[in-house]
Design a protein around this ligand. Structure first.
Ligand code: HEC
Length: 189
């Protein structure tokens, strides 16, 4: 009987250690998408035009990163809010936490490097290392053509700077762990 308790205790101990190890790994080592690439995006008129088209119509960045008027048909963007951020996605809409889109005008991310913005779009990891909630569809953006992602970066640089500091996002437990497992390295195509 004594031996049984010894072995059972040992097994419980190993399981607890294993679970603690997994939690520590997910919380501390993930997301791991490597360093932001060291790249310089030259802002050319062609890139800005292409980026404007992608960000407003294909990748719909601007739909989430601007204020929308939900009292009007199709909730158009409110003029003067392009890229300002602050759209809320929370528990009332069924999300596992409170997520706020960020200011992506030069007043918000003007001091990010081109590589950091490129990395945020294509992997969903912020320059401070936190994982974005995948309502921003970065798992898809990760397979975008590299030139298209660069065009979006070029376009963002030309936005009218708007001073605004949206609140930090706060995922609920246990999603605050799970979220770290979502970002993957980009696989441009
Ligand atoms: C469906 C909504 C949605 C779409 C579409 C979207 N985003 Fe986001 N974006 C978000 C949310 C929400 C966050 C905040 C994520 C978080 O902190 O968890 C975010 C964060 C960011 C950040 C980080 C900024 C910071 O200060 O932390 C950048 C940069 C960004 N988005 C750029 C883009 C670009 C460029 C596109 C289009 C290619 C895009 N987003 C499309 C919702 C969206």
């Amino acid at each position: 009987m004594k031996k049984f308790f010894k072995i059972a205790g040992l097994i419980v101990g190993i399981v607890i250690l294993g679970v603690a190890g997994v939690i520590a790994y997910v919380k501390l080592a993930l997301p791991n998408v490597g360093d932001a690439p060291d790249l310089k995006v030259e802002v050319t008129p062609e890139r800005v035009k292409r980026g404007e088209y992608l960000a407003n119509h294909v990748n719909v960045c601007m739909d989430c990163h601007s204020t929308r008027d939900y009292t009007l048909f199709s909730a158009p963007l409110v003029p003067g809010t392009l890229g300002k951020g602050g759209e809320l996605f929370d528990q009332k809409q069924g999300f596992p936490g409170i997520f706020t889109s960020k200011n992506i005008t030069p007043a918000g991310i003007g001091n990010w490097t081109d590589g950091e913005i490129f990395c945020a779009i294509t992997t969903g990891v912020s320059r401070d290392g936190h994982a974005f909630f995948p309502i921003m569809p970065y798992p898809y953006y990760g397979s975008m053509d590299e030139e298209d992602a660069k065009s979006i970066v070029a376009y963002l640089r030309t936005l009218q700077p708007i001073e605004s500091k949206p609140a930090d996002s706060k995922p609920d437990f246990p999603f605050n762990f799970i979220i770290n497992t979502i970002p993957k390295k980009a696989t441009p195509s």
